[in-house]
Write a protein that binds this ligand. Structure first.
Ligand SMILES: NC(=O)C1=CN([C@@H]2O[C@H](COP(=O)(O)OP(=O)(O)OC[C@H]3O[C@@H](n4cnc5c(N)ncnc54)[C@H](OP(=O)(O)O)[C@@H]3O)[C@@H](O)[C@H]2O)C=CC1
Ligand SMILES: Cc1cn([C@H]2C[C@H](O)[C@@H](COP(=O)(O)OP(=O)(O)O[C@H]3O[C@@H](C)C(=O)[C@@H](O)[C@H]3O)O2)c(=O)[nH]c1=O
Length: 294
């Protein structure tokens, strides 16, 4: 049985859907069963669960976006920095229960010095250590630090999720809803691909450790908008900020991580992951409006 924490969230629901679809026995633990900030209760729950694997899809993102974390720092630290460390302890007490943690590629900014994407070996350059980050990104980098040296955990880095379902959390919807757009280059993750590839890490028993679970390649905002225009024919124009400074002064409270990730470590395991352009095209061709039957 797989114990799923955060199963009611945006990412957790995608895991639950996949596990149900694959007929994998799992138990989703909601906040009413256990408040994860109640350390002893959480440790007791994990130790008594008899699970063979645990997925942590719980955390604190801020809504509608990470700007909200600047005002909710204690919740952000509790969900992103403290919780992974508590789960690590609990899994050790439960006889080294193997588990997977949903982290974020937002602990990087830009591209590597050689122009390539950041690999799992690269130190985060958008964290409290580098003193240039959003509070959210800093808290996620701390969460990864709590897991250094743990041998029974997968750290799956998700980035700016999207799929075919219109949602305030979906990157494609966000681009269609924001009044003005920031031109940036990013590696991003199709949500269905992310949960499938992450679960496969465990099902195939690939070595534990950090994995950048992003679709292959990177895209600019304008490239994604070009695909939206071609596939959805919305008959409208998209406005852009002149610069990141203008974005910061008009639309954001804290800097965003826009970065390129290298997913070769994941692909070297044999787990397939689509090219980012293909994943975006397929999502747009199957585009389903919010509230429409899925
Ligand atoms: N969405 C994104 O853009 C990205 C997300 N991630 C990471 O993925 C993880 C999940 O994010 P996402 O699904 O978007 O977030 P959501 O806010 O949609 O879901 C968070 C989940 O955590 C649960 N939870 C939070 N705090 C507690 C608590 N104290 N006790 C019990 N349950 C709790 C929530 O339960 P309840 O429903 O009861 O509140 C919910 O199930 C986070 O770690 C995030 O950093 C990484 C990259 C991108
Ligand atoms: C606010 C805003 C953002 N953007 C851009 C900036 C960025 O490239 C992209 C997404 O920015 P948002 O502010 O919507 O999303 P943000 O909250 O920064 O999203 C992040 O959430 C956390 C949870 C993660 O871990 C990340 O991987 C990522 O998904 O949209 C605009 O173009 N216009 C806007 O008005």
């Amino acid at each position: 049985m797989i114990l799923l924490l955060g199963g009611s969230g945006y990412v957790g629901r995608a895991f639950a859907e996949l596990l149900r679809h694959q007929g994998v026995d799992f138990r989703s633990v909601s906040r009413s069963d256990c408040d994860y900030t109640q350390r002893d209760a959480l440790i007791g729950l994990i130790c008594e669960s008899n699970a063979s694997f645990l997925i942590n899809a719980a955390g604190y993102t801020g809504k509608p976006n990470v700007d909200a974390c600047e005002l909710q720092k204690s919740q952000c630290l509790a969900g992103n920095a403290v919780l992974p460390g508590t789960i690590r302890e609990a899994c050790a007490m439960a006889g080294d229960l193997p588990w997977g943690h949903v982290s974020s590629g937002c602990i990087y900014t830009g591209a590597r010095f050689d122009g390539g994407g950041f690999s799992e070996e690269d130190r985060p350059n958008f964290s409290f250590r580098t003193n240039n980050c959003s509070f959210y990104s800093g808290s996620k980098a701390l969460g990864e630090e709590c897991l250094v040296g743990a041998e029974n955990v997968y750290v799956w880095r998700l980035r700016i999720p999207f799929d075919h379902r219109d949602s305030p959390r979906n990157y494609l919807s966000k681009l269609m809803r924001y009044h003005r757009l920031l031109e940036a280059t990013n590696s991003i993750s199709h949500l269905g691909d992310f949960v499938r590839a992450s679960l496969e890490c465990w099902l195939r028993r690939v070595p534990t450790g950090i994995y950048n679970v992003t679709n292959t390649g990177s895209v600019t905002t304008r490239q994604v908008v070009g695909m939206i225009e071609q596939e959805l024919k919305l008959g409208r124009t998209f406005e852009y900020f002149d610069s990141e400074d203008e974005f910061m002064s008009l639309a954001a409270k804290t800097p965003r991580s826009n970065c390129v990730m290298d997913n070769r470590k994941l692909r070297a395991t044999g787990i397939p992951i689509a090219d980012v352009d293909d994943a975006i095209r397929v999502s747009l061709r199957n585009w389903t409006l919010q509230g429409a039957a899925l």
